[in-house]
Design a protein around this ligand. Structure first.
Ligand code: ADP
Ligand code: ADP
Length: 218
């Protein structure tokens, strides 16, 4: 079964063709990296996948439904590039609040543990470093136990140590048949954390395979 299907998807912003006839499918249970330089069309593709932006042309399905339907069914979790955290709330309060919005099979402590936030549970959001705040965004993305997790450059604000811990958390979330799609512009991150790398440039797929295949072709 496909978790994600893009069929001839394009998106224009005025004169800029940000995504240009994208065709791709992602099988359920895979962890896939969308690798490409800045401006390649990664965020635009992700925003369309989440139903936040409409394609100018083409069709997108998530588990056989439109993106809006898949999101409404609670099948999709997302970590976008920014997103304010309510500064006065503690990490535990923030995650607990969002957890109450979903019929989540995951316990609060389990989610905090998963996102490596147990030791920070009592800290107010305003006191968090960039990398710590990213871990909270990760917790908010997984709290509803979505079948598809979408991450747009999730480690952008993190130091080396936080990055390693973050990817560990992502991989453990992916276990057990969940699907993950993440955008990155680092081949190494794509290589170490995915089963398949889709390389995009100029809004098109320019390579698609395992990281070893991509490196061999580069
Ligand atoms: P990436 O995430 O790979 O950096 P984006 O999807 O953000 O790529 O951008 C793809 C192209 O679309 C770039 O040329 C970018 O400048 C352009 N673009 C993105 N968002 C907008 C927007 N809101 N208005 C106009 N152009 C945009
Ligand atoms: P700067 O952006 O000022 O170079 P960073 O701390 O972002 O500083 O990056 C330090 C080093 O880590 C650089 O070599 C950069 O290429 C690499 N790097 C930065 N972000 C990532 C990331 N998300 N994944 C892998 N490597 C990264």
């Amino acid at each position: 079964m496909n978790a994600i299907a893009f069929a001839d998807v394009s998106r224009r912003y005025g004169d800029v063709l940000a995504v240009d006839g994208l065709d791709l499918t992602v099988e359920a249970g895979r962890t896939v990296a969308l690798l490409g330089p800045n401006g390649a069309g990664k965020s635009t593709s992700i925003n369309m996948l989440l139903g936040l932006l409409r394609p100018t042309r083409g069709r997108i399905e998530v588990f056989g439904h439109s993106p809006d339907e898949a999101v409404a069914r609670g099948e999709v979790g997302a970590m976008l590039q920014s997103g304010e955290l309510i500064p006065e709330l503690t990490v535990r309060e923030l995650v607990a609040f969002v957890r109450r919005l979903y019929p989540s099979p995951l316990g609060l402590d389990e989610v905090l543990e998963m996102a490596d936030l147990t030791a920070l549970a009592g800290r107010r959001a305003v006191k968090l470093s960039g990398g710590q705040a990213q871990r909270v965004r990760f917790a908010l993305a997984v709290v509803g136990a979505p079948r598809l997790l979408v991450l747009d450059e999730p480690t952008a604000a993190m130091d080396v140590e936080s990055r390693l811990r973050f990817w560990e958390a992502m991989r453990s979330y992916a276990e057990g048949g969940r699907t993950v799609l993440f955008a990155t512009h680092y081949l190494q991150e794509a290589d170490e954390n995915s089963d398949r790398v889709i390389v995009v440039a100029g809004g098109r797929v320019v390579a698609d395979g395992t990281a070893a295949e991509i490196k061999a072709g580069a």
